[in-house]
Write a protein that binds this ligand. Sequence first.
Ligand SMILES: *Cc1c(COP(=O)(O)O)cnc(C)c1O
Length: 496
Amino acid sequence: MVLSKAASENDVSVHSTFASRYVRVSLPRFQMPENSIPKEAAYQIINDELMLDGNPRLNLASFVTTWMEPECDKLIMAAINKNYVDMDEYPVTTELQNRCVNMIAHLFNAPLGEEETAVGVGTVGSSEAIMLAGLAFKRKWQNKMKAQGKPYDKPNIVTGANVQVCWEKFARYFEVELKEVKLEDGYYVMDPEKAVEMVDENTICVAAILGSTLNGEFEDVKRLNDLLVEKNKETGWDTPIHVDAASGGFIAPFLYPELEWDFRLPLVKSINVSGHKYGLVYAGIGWVIWRSKEDLPEELIFHINYLGADQPTFTLNFSKGSSQVIAQYYQLIRLGYEGYRNIMENCQENARVLKEGLEKTGKFNIVSKEIGVPLVAFSLKDNSRHNEFEVSDHLRRFGWIVPAYTMPPNAEHVTVLRVVIREDFSRTLAERLVADIEKVLHELDSLPARVSAKLAAAEESSSGVHKKSAMEVQLEITNVWKKFVAEKKKTKNVIC
Ligand SMILES: *Cc1c(COP(=O)(O)O)cnc(C)c1O
């Protein structure tokens, strides 16, 4: 009797999942469970827990694509079971990746002949792309130093302090010193003059960023190139440039085609771009392109033949999905130059609407630049009572995910909020966000100053007779809060 009840209670093909015991027991978190559970129950439970993740479309923190056309979603799902590395088994997928490499290389003005194929590879993202580019520079430099009979154990890279964390990873994992040009108040990207000053004989490359992660600003790659050409002439070195165009690589060619930042500049030897940022593909794809064969040392390329024919590969990992490569090819041919340009113009326009809305509040300094990646970075003019982190926190209540962070050295005292404008962030959302930020500011104004500000104030005035304890400060804050709630209740009653 008991047994049959238990059996029927667990049979989700008959009963609702919510009538089964699976929603009543806590889920295993450390060890794999002994027994199986029905697929319907597994689906429901996992799906429901995931509801508590943020909504990707409202995640304004990220550059990474959160929307694609349903037709492309179909292609992605159809290829979900294809391992990209099986190139001999899936030759068409490999061919599509090669077409993408060629198209992107041309977009970056690689010096290629009519029928010449470009040198590059699809990666999991810009991070892997940067590791590969960095390794190529390191190996080339080592070979050169060896040939000259010089020591080759202290390679370095010159970057701005605004570099994305993957450069620090590269430096640590592959034992290259990162020499960072410090930022300054009001100038949040690498100063090309200072960068070139830092270059020495052990510098394997200078890495410039097209679209700084912090404020979207383009670094002056042309000036860097010109200064470095001079220095190379004086010293006899041949220090090259890598451009980290993770976010800007699919912006500049469409919005600023005249801007020289790519292979038009002779010292630019490799460029990376994230296909999953403004390349408009879901997370999981990046690209690295080399200027020519000579810039990618042959000894870094592996030739595998156990999957069929000889396949050259230059990646860090072996297996990966094919869907993202196919999706990138879809976007390139579906949108074409025209489509990408229209989308990037829309992003730029919506960024402008947001920026003007924020300026109108009179409460913010805009830290992002007119020219750059379409994002708006802004900080509070007065953050003595409430800071950017509180604005970010309060916006979460409206569903918006807007990050706040401090700048790297020497601008650590500056905190900014950043909204990345993606393809799927339309004008309506931009206007709504401004309205919600206004509401948040209003709310914050009526709240007591945050505890830390109070404590600081208490400490400052402590030179006098009585130093307030943290407890007293907290008590005072609670009292102000109570008063505020009481006031609010009163006004509410009046309105109702
Ligand atoms: C996003 C970003 C990266 C890292 O790229 P992933 O594609 O996320 O690996 C590197 N550099 C810059 C400038 C970026 O914006």
